[in-house]
Design a protein around this ligand. Structure first.
Ligand code: SF4
Ligand code: SF4
Length: 203
């Protein structure tokens, strides 16, 4: 029979009289240690719906769905799948769109849908081929980053016009028929359609 070493006996006796290391939640307050990684919390004002966090989330807890008919992107965050790795926070393009919080034990629930959150963002769709370009908030974020350089893009000009109503009622869309022509340069186009017009202009 093996006998415990003196060191182990000493530790057992000390632990009988010392405070527990584990938290007594919910009987007592939960005090997170520095750098604790809890539930990611989205900042609606700083999340632009770019999808980057969905692409880096290891367990696919973040997914997105684009509805062309409604022109809406829905981002779904299922915290029941979250492993609290912090990748979404680390790779968020705005740096403030999502932050891990101290909240974790409060997430315990019987209904998994209670820990699923959804966000909606308006999409920009190519007026020629119907491809999804990105969200309006994402484009505005790029615009702010670029400053005056952003005005070299028709896409940004159209978006700005929509907000400031510099030209008419802000609706810059024109009907595109019989293929892309030079006049369509000022429509909201995806990079591929834009390139087609540029090539036609040069030809
Ligand atoms: S990366 Fe940031 S800005 Fe982009 S969708 Fe995720 S939280 Fe929002
Ligand atoms: S913390 Fe990790 S697992 Fe959780 S949503 Fe963010 S990237 Fe996904």
């Amino acid at each position: 029979m093996k006998y415990p070493k003196m060191r182990e006996v000493k530790e057992a006796v000390i632990s009988l009289f010392s405070k527990p290391y584990t938290t007594k939640y919910p009987a007592g307050d939960f005090k997170p240690f520095p750098g604790f990684r809890g539930k990611p919390v989205v900042d609606e004002d700083n999340c632009v719906g770019c999808e980057t966090c969905a692409n880096v989330c290891p367990p696919n807890a973040i997914t997105f769905e684009d509805d062309k008919e409604k022109g809406i992107r829905t981002i779904t965050r299922d915290y029941g799948k979250c492993i609290f790795c912090g990748q979404c926070e680390e790779h968020c393009i705005t740096g403030k769109g999502v932050k891990l919080s101290d909240e974790i034990y409060d997430m315990a629930c019987f209904d998994r849908s209670a820990v699923v959150e959804k966000q909606e963002r308006e999409l920009i769709i190519c007026e020629s081929c119907g491809a999804i370009i990105t969200t309006k908030d994402h484009m505005r974020f790029i615009h702010e980053k670029l400053g005056p350089l952003a005005y070299s893009s028709i896409l940004n000009l159209n978006l700005l016009n929509e907000r400031l109503r510099l030209a008419g009622d802000g609706d810059t869309s024109t009907e595109i028929k019989d293929g892309l022509k030079r006049k369509d340069t000022f429509s909201t186009l995806c990079p591929n359609c834009n390139r087609q017009i540029q090539i036609k202009n040069l030809a």
